[in-house]
Design a protein around this ligand. Structure first.
Ligand code: HEC
Length: 210
């Protein structure tokens, strides 16, 4: 996951910056050498598949977001949403709603995509890291908006169901330099897993809508 790479780099930088402070030194911490950071990140990808190794190099979209520190000018933002929308693969059967019970589990699962995970680990969506979803779950992050009553509030409208699929498949197809991972485009989640998550948001029986 893109954000994993960013976080790893941040943790590394924070580690370096914290050292002199902890030792009580008066000197300002030096900025980390970017080549050193790159080498460190590469070293953490030891067991990853060649496809994941490739992800160390930012793609066109991430390069632009990095260059502008996510504050992209309108023309760049438009180029990003256009490029990312072209990556979205919609279900061939035209059905966006899977099984909400399975979606609930995927939303709650934060495993996968870490260098310490066995290669056959099925990734979860880790949605609660950033979103409130069903009311009964009290542990959630607030980086993203609350998704409680998401389907109900949208009257279960077909165009909103499709929009949610697009958002989960590739968040940057909707909002350039979004902090939300591009779950489908980056092959973190399968089409079926995304359908199950859409059902978790849009099935009237789902606890999200209770
Ligand atoms: C790292 C944080 C993060 C994670 C993890 C995350 N999201 Fe998001 N999400 C966001 C942010 C931030 C937004 C607000 C719009 C934007 O910046 O893209 C958002 C927006 C959304 C929206 C659109 C909300 C609206 O305003 O209509 C949906 C739907 C959504 N997320 C679903 C999910 C699902 C489902 C998952 C798990 C598979 C997930 N998100 C995981 C950060 C996250």
């Amino acid at each position: 996951m893109t954000s994993t790479i960013k976080l790893t780099a941040l943790a590394f930088l924070a580690g370096i910056a914290a050292l002199p402070v902890a030792a009580g030194a008066q000197t300002k911490p030096k900025a980390a050498d970017p080549a050193l950071v790159d080498a460190y990140i590469k070293s953490t990808f030891g067991k990853a598949s060649p496809e994941w190794q490739q992800r160390i190099t930012p793609d066109e979209t991430l390069k632009t977001c990095n260059a502008y520190r996510n504050d992209v000018p309108p023309a760049e933002a438009e180029a990003i949403t256009k490029r990312e929308l072209a990556k979205v693969v919609y279900p061939s059967d035209g059905k966006y709603l899977g099984d909400w019970k399975s979606g609930a589990k995927i939303a709650n699962n934060g495993r996968g995509g870490q260098f310490s995970d066995p290669p056959d680990t099925v990734s979860g969506g880790n949605c609660y890291a950033c979103h409130q979803m069903e009311q009964a779950e009290v542990s959630y992050g607030t980086l993203g908006p609350s998704l409680m009553h998401y389907g109900k509030d949208r009257k279960y409208a077909p165009e909103d169901i499709k929009a949610a699929y697009t958002k989960i498949y590739d968040s940057q197809a909707v909002f350039a330099c979004s902090n939300m991972p591009r779950f489908g485009a980056n092959k973190v989640l399968s089409e079926q897993q995304i359908k199950d998550l859409v059902a978790f948001l849009f099935d009237p029986e789902s606890p999200v809508n209770k």
